[in-house]
Design a protein around this ligand. Sequence first.
Ligand code: ZN
Length: 106
Amino acid sequence: MTLLKSEDYIHGGLQKDYYNENEREVCNCPYCESNNFNTIGNERGLSVVICKVCNLIYTNPRAKNTQENYFGDATIFFNEARLIFKRKKQHHRDANYEYELKKIKK
Ligand SMILES: [Zn+2]
């Protein structure tokens, strides 16, 4: 593993703007294994659903190879996290978290 010397932000992972049918998979509830759910929202070809049996909210269909999509090369991910933990760079999802926090406060 090679550490970056610069403060450049390199985003790891291969997240996509849209996941085609061959890049996503349908799954049962990860908690109770029911396949009975209501869809709450859709984005990028993926959906967020709520299980009708246990109320767990999860992604279905979900992206295949999530480890590869969300983290990618371990070295890049480590370097990204290093800068975030040192508070030198923002996480690419900070804007999302801020948006959700504002909604919760309301
Ligand atoms: Zn469930």
